[in-house]
Design a protein around this ligand. Structure first.
Ligand SMILES: *Cc1c(COP(=O)(O)O)cnc(C)c1O
Length: 389
């Protein structure tokens, strides 16, 4: 299920095209009387999708912080060339965790919130802690299922598996909501890369973030604190006090045990080599996957081999391979390792027979409109100077 045909060729476009409409309707309905400042930390894809989703939306500004050296060349250009009267793009000298921590701090900083409020602004989030990000994603599970039926691949009511390349647990949680709304889903397979904190959680029932953070070729899944898992814990336990205690253990010791069954989920993971081999294997069969989708593919194969589960399965393809041209090309053939990223984008088009997406073609010739770079301790000053002074 290719989810990357939206405005920024990220699966996040699905939800971030709709979220701004939810927000403007809710603002009117509840008569909030303030303008909204959407604060976002991004490791690459969320930022651009949020900028496009919110650009020129009345009553809303969008501020995106990204780690200056932590996103791909294409992702960076996509953001720094962003148009729109209400867009702010700021590079941070630090890694994604520093950037995310800086943003989270601003959400809870009472002084800053008061200053902003006095100026007629309030914060909101475009990250998937916002329930408005999850709801639109429920739809495509139903749509995919319906296509399988109308294509004659399954009978109505026949269960399907879905394999989801997972980071913050938002996309797969939408699948869980779809199942609870009656969609015949057998297993939701949670696929992780080398940062397999979720795999370990489902296998051992212990969530433990105390481990080495690995930089992988599927950076949107490089996460040790998976925000939306908290929501699943609540749905499964139906006990808010317990969930609060788990979260408090998570921010204290970094771990908690969860003694409830989660029969709707299976978990699997793929190493860097396994994901690269998957790209090569599927390429030989005539299809080019991106690195995140490849993690899903490789992980599912391991799961299916281990369990013998023969249920038909849908892979969620979460990114265009053109965004990760270097990793994809070198997985297909190591000889591409020395070419520059822009050449590789052309090469990928040749290899796949797919034209370079229009969102990427021409990107390098677009004027750079955002040049601010700041230290992690100056992020708040950037926001204050734009909204509170
Ligand atoms: C965001 C993202 C993911 C992870 O999705 P979650 O909803 O955070 O689990 C996976 N792949 C890509 C390409 C993404 O951009």
């Amino acid at each position: 299920m290719e989810l990357f045909h939206g405005r920024t060729i990220a699966f996040k476009d699905v939800a971030l095209s709709i979220l701004p409409r939810f927000l403007t309707v809710a603002m009117k309905k509840y008569d909030v009387g303030k303008k909204i400042t959407v604060l976002t930390a991004t490791s690459g894809d969320t930022g651009k999708a949020a900028l496009e989703g919110f650009r020129d939306v009345e009553g809303v500004s969008v501020v995106v912080f990204f780690p200056e050296d932590g996103v791909s060349l294409v992702q960076k250009r996509q953001m720094t060339t962003q148009e729109g009267r209400n867009t702010h793009v700021i590079g941070v000298r630090g890694n994604f965790d520093d950037t995310q921590t800086g943003v989270k701090k601003m959400f809870t900083d009472a002084t800053l919130n008061k200053e902003l409020s006095d100026r007629g602004f309030m914060f909101s989030s475009a990250n998937s802690i916002n329930i408005g990000r999850l709801l639109p994603q429920i739809v495509y599970y139903f749509y995919a299922y319906a296509q399988m039926v109308s294509g004659g691949y399954i009978k109505t009511g026949e269960p399907l598996n879905f394999t989801v390349p997972t980071g913050n647990f938002g996309n797969i949680l939408a699948g869980y909501y779809a199942k609870n709304m009656g969609l015949p889903i057998n297993k939701l397979v949670c696929a992780s890369n080398g940062n397999k904190v979720l795999f370990d959680f489902f296998k051992t029932k212990v969530y433990d973030k105390n481990r080495e953070f690995k930089l992988t070729s599927s950076p949107s899944m490089d996460i040790l604190i998976s925000s939306n898992l908290e929501r699943l814990l609540y749905h499964v336990s139906n006990d808010g006090d317990k969930v609060r205690a788990f979260m408090s253990d998570l921010s204290g010791s970094g771990r908690y045990g969860f003694d409830y069954a989660t029969p709707d989920f299976e978990a699997a993971y793929a190493t860097e080599d396994e994901a690269a081999d998957a790209i090569k294997e599927v390429y030989a069969n005539g299809y080019v996957m991106d690195t995140h989708t490849a993690v899903g593919y490789a992980a599912y194969k391991k799961y299916a081999a281990a369990t013998g589960d023969g249920t038909k399965n849908i892979f969620l393809a979460t990114a265009s391979p053109f965004k990760f041209a270097r990793a994809v090309c070198t997985a297909i053939d190591a000889k591409y390792g020395n070419e520059d990223e822009l050449q590789l984008i052309e090469k990928l088009s040749e290899l796949s027979g797919v034209p370079v997406p229009k969102q990427i073609a021409g990107l390098m010739n677009k004027p750079i409109l955002h040049t601010t770079v700041c230290d992690t301790d100056k992020m708040e000053a950037e926001v204050r100077s734009r909204f509170a002074e």
